[in-house]
Ligand binder design. Structure first.
Ligand code: HEM
Length: 165
């Protein structure tokens, strides 16, 4: 059951699952920022950011194990499209740069996200309200937001060129 995708393309369950998670994370993040900036609901923002971090970490870890260990790499998933050898090689070479750009953002995001959360938990304390940590948190928060948004956009773009097109 978990060996095939559910979005209608020749992929895997976990690949489609992570693509959905990446598409969902940006609107949820915007909602979290609206909670802070418009509603001043800092506790809800904190809860949502931690939940998003845990879900993303779990989804991406499960995805990596699935792609690398179960399917033996993304190239083997592209090979499901039944292309002839030369066409498959050409396709792999043409989509690889898209993956490399995606990886720049995908690899840096967890570090930035973890730093933002750990420092916020330490410095805002149990009852988060604006304070001395606000300046640095703002910087880290917007950098994390930009990084995850670019991870999402480039991830969806890679999915499109590698598995849909
Ligand atoms: C990766 C996770 C997080 C991201 C991306 C994030 C992002 C942001 C952003 C972009 C802002 C708005 C800054 C501005 O005014 O321009 C903000 C504000 C705030 N966040 Fe977070 N946040 C995260 C986690 C947390 C956590 C875990 C806490 C609490 C422990 C927290 C508490 C706050 C507070 C109190 C503010 C208001 C700061 C102020 O207005 O001075 N955030 N966050």
């Amino acid at each position: 059951m978990f060996r095939t995708g559910f979005l209608g393309y020749p992929t895997t369950f976990m690949l489609d699952f992570v693509v959905c998670a990446l598409a969902l994370v940006v609107p949820l993040l915007l909602y979290s920022l609206w909670l802070v900036k418009a509603r001043r609901q800092y506790r809800s923002h904190k809860r949502l950011q931690i939940t998003l971090g845990i879900i993303l970490l779990a989804a991406v870890s499960a995805f990596e194990v699935d792609v690398q260990m179960v399917h033996g790499g993304w190239e083997n998933i592209v090979a499901r499209q039944g292309l002839e050898d030369a066409a498959l090689t050409a396709k792999l070479n043409s989509v690889r740069p898209w993956l490399l750009v995606h990886l720049v953002f995908a690899v840096t995001t967890p570090f930035l996200w973890a730093t933002t959360i750990v420092l916020a938990l330490k410095r805002f304390g149990a009852n988060p309200v604006p304070g001395p940590h606000s300046r640095l948190h703002s910087l880290l928060g917007w950098a994390s937001t930009l990084d995850i948004t670019l991870t999402s956009i480039t991830g969806l773009a890679f999915y499109y060129v590698a598995f849909v097109q």
